[in-house]
Design a protein around this ligand. Structure first.
Ligand SMILES: C[S@@+](CC[C@H](N)C(=O)[O-])C[C@H]1O[C@@H](n2cnc3c(N)ncnc32)[C@H](O)[C@@H]1O
Length: 193
């Protein structure tokens, strides 16, 4: 099932809406991060720069063939070799990766549907101990130039409910100016009581 309100505007416009280096810095995406999974590569807006920062492979999925094709072509043009794009309905099928294989799962601009806990559990299942679900989304407390209707947008406070449902711990909540916030949910060795 395609997430409602997850269609994309023009690529250049979309990519003018984010400070990508700031987002990746504040989410601590660097060489210490190995294998990564991403739900919804879109144009590869985050896929390409994340792949360039990490030390492992990046498995990215999208339900739209045109988005997979665009991301694959950008990766080839930029000589980024550690990206594996695949057409997949992740909401219906999960990630299809080995359990406990990933250091991070990226859920960027996607968690605006009812009861995303199942998806967060699917993401948690592929995280190794110490791995993180990293989610960003449009803020609801600002007028933003784009984004799904405010009543559909997840809020920062929702993160603890997602974490509880998936046996994760909220370890960071950050502003990602100009329009986004981000959260990190970490898989601990000992689940919180
Ligand atoms: C709003 S875009 C965000 C893309 C990218 N994460 C970003 O922030 O630039 C959401 C993407 O998720 C994809 N998508 C929606 N539902 C999906 C599903 N069930 N499985 C895989 N991809 C999905 C859409 O096709 C779209 O490319």
């Amino acid at each position: 099932m395609k997430v409602p309100e997850s269609g994309m505007p023009n690529e250049t416009y979309w990519e003018s809406l984010f400070d990508i280096p700031l987002i990746l810095d504040r989410l601590n995406i660097d060489r210490s991060v190995g294998e990564v999974a991403e739900l919804g590569c879109g144009y590869g807006t985050f896929t390409i720069p994340v792949a360039q920062r990490i030390s492992g492979p990046l498995f990215t999925f999208d339900i739209e063939a045109s988005m997979i094709a665009r991301t694959r072509s950008r990766a080839a043009d930029e000589g980024v070799l550690n990206i594996t794009p695949a057409l997949r309905d992740v909401l219906s099928l999960g990630f299809g990766l080995h359990p406990e294989s990933c250091d991070a799962v990226l859920l960027f601009n996607i968690l605006h549907f009812p009861r995303p806990e199942k998806l967060v559990r699917q993401a948690a299942a592929v995280l190794r101990l110490g791995g993180r679900v990293l989610a960003i989304h449009w803020r609801s407390d600002l007028q933003t130039p784009r984004g799904p209707p405010v009543h559909l947008r997840p809020k920062r406070a929702d993160a603890s409910r997602w974490a509880d449902a998936a046996g994760l711990t909220v370890t960071a909540t950050v502003d990602l100016p100009p329009w986004h916030f981000g959260v990190a949910l970490t898989k601990n060795a000992i689940p919180p009581v």
